[in-house]
Design a protein around this ligand. Structure first.
Ligand SMILES: N[C@@H](CCC(=O)N[C@@H](CSC=O)C(=O)NCC(=O)O)C(=O)O
Length: 281
């Protein structure tokens, strides 16, 4: 799979690395970051996948969240992929911050000219884990997923569409009901076409009604001063849908916090602890 190490830095006794590889489902070269805790050469370890938001690369969470100290403490591998294919030379791919490059929305596109490359759902749930499990000391039976904003939406749909595949899910300020907000409508129309029924397959608030997996608490974190809360995120819609479907969910509201990585860094330790409860036996 042409895995190439680009960077390595020692961090909290472990190694923070960046790799590139050729992705067959995305048809381009992709980068991802991986944090290997101190004991990564002596045992198969659990993994948490982190999905970033709009405009991010594999770098934002790696350098801003301060997650390595908690992953080191709990002996968990962190995997931090990029947020879209890059450099595919699709007309318009770099025209806006919320569609195309940096905005893959974790769907498998069905529309031209995106469908040959914009298959982030398959990349995150299939191709990347296969690579991680083959090349790193990862325990394929112990994986969880979390993310932020567009990546929080990604984490929720990957969890809900694959009962049992991920032991736990959490999200910071996720786009909870993308079929109803401007970011989601733009992305889904572009990647999935005009049939709004097909969009529901990638909307957490719509998917909970069908969820029949383990009844693990979904953990949602939301700052009350988030600049995108009112128009884009709609956490209360997801909570209501979970209540109706009897899917357990915990929504933590954080007074005064915004949408930034300063907020994520404040609470990432709690999220990794939440996942550790499900991953570390
Ligand atoms: N175009 C805006 C919005 C960009 C932005 O805020 N991106 C967030 C994620 S938003 C939802 O997915 C982000 O994580 N940015 C990277 C960072 O390091 O903060 C703008 O540019 O302001």
């Amino acid at each position: 799979m042409s895995l190439k190490q680009l960077k390595v830095n020692k961090s909290f006794g472990g190694l923070q690395k960046v790799y590139s590889h050729d992705s067959s489902v995305l048809g381009c070269t992709m980068k991802f970051a991986v944090y290997l805790p101190p004991n990564a050469d002596s045992a198969k370890l659990p993994v948490i996948y982190w999905l970033s938001g709009l405009t991010c690369t594999e770098e934002n969470f790696m350098i801003k969240a301060g997650a390595q100290q908690y992953a080191s403490r709990h002996s968990i591998i962190l995997v931090m992929p990029d947020t879209s294919p890059r450099g595919c030379k699709i007309p318009g791919e770099d025209d806006s911050y919320d569609f195309g490059t940096g905005a893959g929305f974790y769907v498998d596109a069905t529309e031209e000219p995106w469908k040959a490359n914009y298959n982030m759902y398959s990349y995150i749930t299939e191709e990347l884990p296969a690579l991680i499990n083959a090349e790193f000391p990862a325990d394929a039976q112990r994986q969880s997923i979390m993310g932020h904003s567009m990546g929080g939406h990604g984490a929720l749909i990957c969890y809900l569409k694959n009962p049992g595949k991920y032991r736990s899910v959490s999200a910071f300020s996720p786009i909870c009901n993308p079929t109803q907000c401007p970011w989601g409508k733009k992305a889904f129309k572009g990647y999935l076409g005009p049939d709004e029924e097909s969009w529901k397959e990638y909307d957490a608030t719509c998917l909970v009604a069908k969820y029949d997996g383990p009844p693990t608490d979904i953990l949602i974190d939301q700052g009350t001063d988030d600049e995108f809360l009112k128009d884009q995120l709609f956490p209360d819609n997801l909570v209501q849908a979970c209540k109706e479907a009897q899917v357990p969910i915990v929504l933590k509201k954080r007074a005064g916090y915004d949408h930034s990585y300063f907020y994520i860094a404040t609470f990432i330790g709690e999220h990794i602890e939440h996942h550790a409860k499900h991953l570390v036996e």
